[in-house]
Design a protein around this ligand. Structure first.
Ligand code: ZN
Length: 249
């Protein structure tokens, strides 16, 4: 069954979709500092790649899939001190996702899946809160596979598992695959690895990239990134979305 970008359709084309077989995917990124080598929209690029890979898999399972325009603004406190990061409050993010779920419910859609690439803890809390509020309000189910949790976190490579997963090998590989021209490649190749674990820093109460040991807003090993690894990671992200949605329908 086909995959559509909602924004490219006309309203009459959306009206005529078979609701019982139509799933909706919202890519969720951020506008946030990603090292000296990646653009601020890195998480939007990754979320969109995940959404498309997941949609392709779900489309092969007899579902029509509608991909929404990506969400590019969210809570990004860890990167807030870096130029260009635009951080909004957690409650705004939760309200926006719940309002979208309400609008989609009113139009008869069955499931809203979130393809999320931004891992700031405040943001993850906002999305988990939206899932709960949508359920409490009797809206369509909102499926949100949190990549920082098991089993998903175990499928995205050693760097991701270590928690050094911001603008490092994992994210840089995906951008190299999706938008190679957007990577400042000379800068990337000159960067020393930064093995500091963001997940451990978060557990220790740190609240900014600087405090977590990332003064240039990157963690992990960007110089080790490759487009081939990016392709494998996008496939893994798509499979995660597919599995999470399949468990719900
Ligand atoms: Zn990111």
């Amino acid at each position: 069954m086909p995959v559509h970008e909602l924004a490219q359709l006309t309203w009459e084309e959306v009206r005529d979709l078979d609701r019982e077989h139509t799933l909706v995917v919202l890519p969720v990124g951020a506008t946030e500092a990603h090292g000296p080598h990646l653009p601020l929209d890195t998480d939007v690029v990754i979320a969109t790649a995940m959404a498309r890979a997941g949609a392709k898999r779900l489309g092969a399972r007899d579902k029509v899939v509608l991909i929404l325009p990506a969400l590019a603004y969210t809570a990004a406190g860890f990167g807030a001190a870096f130029h260009g990061t635009l951080s909004i409050s957690r409650v705004t993010v939760t309200a926006l996702v719940v309002d979208l779920a309400r609008s989609l419910s009113e139009q008869g859609f069955q499931v809203l899946a979130i393809a999320n690439a931004h891992l700031d803890p405040e943001h993850l809390t906002a999305l988990n809160e939206a899932v709960k509020l949508a359920r409490a309000d009797g809206l369509l189910p909102v499926v949100f596979p949190d990549l920082t949790r098991k089993p998903w976190a175990l499928r995205l490579g050693d760097e991701f598992k270590s928690g050094a997963c911001h603008a490092g090998r994992f994210e840089t590989s995906i951008v190299l695959r999706e938008q190679a021209d957007a990577v400042r490649d000379e800068v990337r190749q000159s960067l020393a690895p930064n093995p500091q674990s963001l997940s451990q820093a978060i557990k220790a109460g740190k609240r900014t990239f600087e405090a977590a040991g990332g003064p240039r807003a990157y963690f992990g090993d960007p110089a080790a990134a490759t487009a081939d690894e990016g392709a494998r990671l996008i496939d893994a992200l798509g499979a995660i979305l597919e599995e999470a949605v399949s468990a719900e329908i």
